[in-house]
Design a protein around this ligand. Structure first.
Ligand code: FPP
Length: 249
């Protein structure tokens, strides 16, 4: 990340919620003859810088795809390294995030996680729940189809218990059964590394998101790249299915 001073982006032009698919750690490492885990380690540093930059720019919500429900199919050693990185990230960075006014939220399936990881995630949410500067939503053991199915189960339970009528399930009310119902939909989704797909990330929530795909591998992503993505977002005309452009959310 460059240390050059940055011209502030006007608050009205800043997307409220940015989702990020942090892709390309492995290719970054391979292109340097390094083990894949080195790419993930550098990816965590990029994540730290990006959270700081997002707060400074005035983004209010950032959702990061840090471990997908499909990532379990990677070699056990790489899964172990990713779990270790999450543990270290929470142990080392939680106090700093809290001090900076960051609220941490987790989406994804927690029941299958090792108990100490599930505990750390809960601890991060509990400690930071009163913070208001920036909300960091960590998608961990997350898949969007799985989240939607969890939502269907919650809605069915509400109907079975008489708290909801089946006819009252609409797109709006159903959103309330997803993992983080109080978080607004992302205005902008960025995917690094040149791949152009969602890979089971926020499928429901991304209905009206703008997508920006950047060729940079995640470890090389920096504040300038984030600002460039926001610049591209600002050029887009968001109509939400109507005829007249609207400012997001
Ligand atoms: C994609 O790169 C990235 C991931 C699967 C994990 C992202 C994880 C981090 C940035 C670090 C962990 C973060 C926390 C909070 C623990 P890839 O391995 O798919 O890269 P490739 O497509 O080049 O192989």
């Amino acid at each position: 990340m460059s240390d050059a001073p940055h011209t502030p982006i006007a608050a009205a032009d800043v997307p409220r919620h940015v989702g990020i698919i942090m892709d390309g750690n492995g290719r970054w490492a391979a292109s340097r003859g390094l083990p894949r885990v080195e790419g993930h380690r550098r990816g965590v540093e990029t994540l730290r810088r990006t959270i700081r930059a997002a707060g400074e720019i005035g983004i209010k919500f950032i959702t990061i795809f840090s471990f997908s429900a499909e990532n379990w199919s990677r070699p056990a050693s790489e899964v172990g390294e990713l779990m270790g990185l999450l543990r270290r990230f929470i142990r080392n960075d939680l106090a700093e995030l809290h001090k900076s006014g960051v609220r941490v939220r987790i989406i994804g399936e927690r029941d299958e996680l090792e108990p100490d990881i599930a505990r750390l995630l809960t601890e991060a949410e509990e400690l930071t729940k009163g913070n208001t500067n920036l909300t960091l939503v960590v998608a961990f053991n997350y898949g969007s189809r799985q989240e939607i199915v969890r939502g269907v189960h919650r809605a069915m339970k509400a109907v079975a218990e008489g708290r909801l009528k089946a006819d009252d399930i609409t797109a709006d009310t159903f959103s309330g059964f997803l993992d983080a119902p109080d978080i607004p939909d992302p205005d902008l989704i960025i995917r690094t590394s040149g791949e152009q797909r969602l890979s089971n990330f926020l499928l429901w929530q991304a209905a009206y998101s703008e997508f920006v795909f950047v060729p940079t591998f995640w470890p090389d992503f920096d504040r300038a790249a984030l600002e460039a993505a926001i610049g591209e977002f600002r050029q887009r005309e968001r109509r939400f299915g109507g005829l007249v452009a609207k400012t997001g959310s």
